[in-house]
Each structure stands twice: as C-alpha cells, then as structure tokens.
Design a protein around this ligand. Sequence first.
Ligand SMILES: Cc1ncc(COP(=O)(O)O)c(C=O)c1O
Length: 400
Amino acid sequence: MAKHHRALGVAHTLRPVQPVTLVRPHAAARAARFFVEKFPGRTLYAVKANPSPDLLQILWDNGVTHYDVASIGEVRLVARTLPESTLCFMHPVKAEEAIAEAYFTHGVRTFSLDTIEELEKIVRATKGADDLTLCVRIRVSSELSKLSLASKFGAGPGETKALLFAARQAADTLGICFHVGSQAMSPDAYAQAMERVRMAIVEAAVTVDVIDVGGGFPSAYPGMEPPPLERYFETIHRAFESLPISYSAELWAEPGRALCAEYSSLIVRVEKRRGDELYINDGAYGALFDAAHVAWRFPVTLLRAEESRAKDVAFSFYGPTCDDLDHMAGPFDLPADVDTGDYIEVGMLGAYGSAMRTAFNGFGTDETIEVSDEPMATLYAGLEDDADSGNVVRLGARRG
Ligand SMILES: Cc1ncc(COP(=O)(O)O)c(C=O)c1O
C-alpha cells in the first residue's frame, strides 16, 4: 500500500481523479489498546463496522482476540484472516446451514438468539452440542443513541423468562446481551439497559455467566461530541458489579464504531458547484451512505496548500450517480470560496463507511493510501505516549 505523511500531500502530489481512502493504522491501534487496557472486561470487535483484513490484523496485533461476526461471510473472513481468533456469531437470526458451518468447520461456540425458534435451530444445527455459549439478546431502549437498534431484535419483557430458562438447559455457558443503539451519547444508556438485565435475571432465576453490553460506544462527529469513554466504562462496571450473577461471571462488549471510526477518511474532488451545493465524486452509494441515508454529519476539511481566508459557510453535497437520492444534506462547513477542482477530506469514515461502498453506476474505487497524520477527531489523544498524538486537535479545527 502506498504511504504518505498527510492528507494534504496526497491531494497535492497525486491530484487523484477518483476518491481515495486514507487509512491511519496508528489510530486503530490506539483505539484497540485503549479498549483492551481500560474496558473492565473482554472486547469483541464488531466486524460489520469495517471488515478490512488490514484493520482486523491491526486490532489483533493490539490485543483484540475476540470478534463479533454476524454472517457466514464474516465468519469465513475472520477465520481466514486471523486463524487464532475466537469468533462469536452474534446475529440473532441465522440460517441453520450457517450455524452448522460455523460450529463444525470454524470452531464457533458462541451464538446469540432472541427466540425459542432460534434456540431450536442452534441445537439442531450443532447436533445437540454440549459446549455452547448461548447469549440471549434482550430488547433495550435506544433513546439515548443516534441510531436505533430497538425494533428489529431482542426478546421483550414478556418473553425473556421462558427463553432464558430454555437457553440455560441447552447452554454450557449462558449469557445475556443487548445493544443500546449505535453512537450512544450518554453512559446512562448502559445503566438503563443493565437494569433490564437485572430484572430479566431476577424473573428467570437462572445462573448467568456472561453479560455482553454490545456496541454503541460513540465516536466524535460534528454536533455529536460524547463524554469520555472512561465514563461509559465506569458506569458499565458499576452496574455489572451490582448484578445478581456469579462471582466468576464475565463482562463483554462488542464495539464497532469506537474501534474503527478514526481509522479512515476519504479524499473527494469537487466536480461542480451550484450555489451552496457541491457535486463531489463519492456519495450515497459509496463510502458516504450514512451521510445520505441517515443525515450523518461527518467532519470535512478543504485540502488546499494555501489556506483559504474565506469564512466557513454551510454546504450540502451531491454524489456522482444520476440519482436524486445521492444527496447529503450536511450541513458541511467549508470556506465560502470552495470550487470545482478543490479536494475535500471527509473524516471519521472508518466505521460504516468503506463497508457500505458499492460500484453502482460505475463509480467508486478501491484506492487506499496509508497516512500517519492524525484523524480529524479522536477520543484517544493524550491518553498514552504516542509519537504522533501531540498534534491532535479538536474536531473541525484542523486545516489541510
Ligand atoms: C450485535 C451487534 N453488536 C455490535 C454492533 C456494533 O455497534 P457499534 O458500531 O454501535 O459499536 C452492532 C451494530 O449493528 C450489532 O448489531
């Protein structure tokens, strides 16, 4: 992979015609070390957030040994890339063939479920195995998070008792898992969910061996600057310690976004300006899916050798395809004189960015360049002696 020091250098020396993904291995390594050292339990990386094999290797090299996989494709990918890793199949609705392949071919022993039907599938597909870790997913509120995960999965209050009881009979190790929604803006999200866990355990009166608090750990974006991650960890630890579970019970988390958001960004080129609308060469069908579909505001920086003196104004973006849907409302704050031919870096795209990319309409490329400058925002700066972390600045403050 080609290497450059800074995003600005990539734009100016290469003048790329196609969008270029920039990756920052040091940022992903720092996030992994942070979770491994400070989360008061085990960290499973949620592979769906960014399945790049390079990223998987970086996380592994920095101490992440367990991986939350949600499809047989992810099971195969991680088994191939990191053969020594432990895989946990945490999608509550799986094909029976996928469960069987995961168990018999790839050694997967941990599965999640939220219905009796899924439990029966797991038992059938594994031929009644007696070495299963079964995690019952319970439904919790997403109200303190930016992206809801409260509707699709999770056993409701009237269902958990029978399910926990049945899963206890089939499991060697029984867990309870949940997801508070992605980009949880307050640690209280986890405190409230842990209360639901307490109620479920008391009601079912079963021994629970694993509490898995799922993902939802935030990253920093414009208008979404969360409290420090340590506050989340403290809240979770306190709630875990007060649950009616055995002394040897384990605490797990499945961060996706928080481990990889800072890992990559994207350099795009402005192909046309129409008033305060910029037509850029990546969009809704590329790495900017969330910017278009859930109006996510990613940080942006104009990459000009000589800094613009114009004041920032709010722009919206159009992506390159012929679709009206290929529109990103932003607002994206950029100097008022930005124009055709300018390069823009769109930051914090490591999570749910390149993972969503398609080649629709013939657009999109895989060009990736490694850089060693800092991401546009970080939750991990100054937390360790990192050679390059001295120049981390607040969100939006970096220029070029
Ligand atoms: C089961 C499960 N675990 C973990 C994650 C990762 O969530 P996040 O990226 O918000 O940390 C997801 C995301 O959808 C999920 O469905």
